[in-house]
Design a protein around this ligand. Structure first.
Ligand code: PGA
Length: 249
């Protein structure tokens, strides 16, 4: 089955509203002809502006996190229905920076993933191993543990609605990209794990993330089990991000 390439810009804690509008205005003409799924993930404060600027275009908008409850005494948090009200369509969950710096746990993710789907948001679930785990030969074990835990709240039939991003922690923001062999091997492994949970995996999009740039995107995106990219640093520049979108065949 042909899977539509999925290219997402994870801005992290970058861009004011003014900078976000400037980016969208620069991006749209550069990707006007694309048939790919293009997703921009601004900080909460710029979501509304990006949603409004991209209306009538193919660009979709994702938040970078959410809480699993709909409302309540959770100071500083934002819920799925609040994002849906803004016309946000997707949400990044379990990014390694949230796991590392903000205590994001697999237990919380097991609740966030179904909560996102229930609200009508497409979860972009991030998984990935540390450098120490890779060196110890534990990559598959770590990924399997994360996937089983984070997807545990879903029925097999719901997994098709989740986008999974393989992001080796040692490749994020380091300029060190996984080799095409490593990216393919792990993304194929992820598809196998999802298949073992009884899900139909042919349509599941599995992205690679970690120092994706215009210069390495085409090779990574051509791999059979890599269906897209989650781009951090290079997504802050509209021209570079557009070049990555257009590098997907
Ligand atoms: P990077 O970040 O492209 O800057 O390595 C990727 C990510 O964290 O999603």
């Amino acid at each position: 089955m042909a899977r539509t390439p999925y290219i997402a810009a994870n801005w992290k804690m970058n861009k004011t509203i003014a900078e976000a509008s400037e980016f969208i205005d620069a991006l749209l003409p550069r990707i006007a002809a694309t048939q790919h799924d293009v997703v921009v993930c601004p900080p909460f404060t710029a979501l509304h502006e990006v949603v409004e600027r991209r209306r009538g275009t193919a660009v979709r908008v994702a938040a970078q996190n959410m809480h699993y409850d709909e409302s309540g005494a959770f100071t500083g948090e934002v819920s799925a229905p609040m994002l849906v009200e803004l016309d946000v369509e997707a949400v990044v969950l379990g990014h390694s920076e949230r796991r590392q710096h903000f205590g994001e746990s697999d237990e919380a993710l097991a609740r966030k993933v179904p909560a996102a789907l229930a609200a009508g948001l497409e979860p972009i679930l991030c998984v990935g191993e540390s450098e120490a785990a890779r060196d110890a030969g534990e990559t598959e074990e770590v990924l399997e543990r994360q996937l089983q835990a984070d997807l545990s709240g879903l029925e097999a039939g719901q997994i098709g609605g989740v986008v999974i991003a393989y992001e080796p922690i040692w490749a994020i923001g380091t300029g060190r990209t996984a080799t095409p062999e490593q990216a393919q091997e792990v993304c194929a492994f992820i598809r196998d794990v999802v298949r073992m949970r009884g899900a139909a995996t042919e349509g599941v999009r599995i992205l690679y993330g970690g120092s994706v740039k215009p210069g390495n995107a085409a090779e990574l995106l051509a791999l059979p089990d890599v269906d897209g990219a989650l781009v951090g640093g290079a997504s802050l520049d509209a021209e570079e991000f557009a070049a990555i979108v257009n590098a997907a065949g």
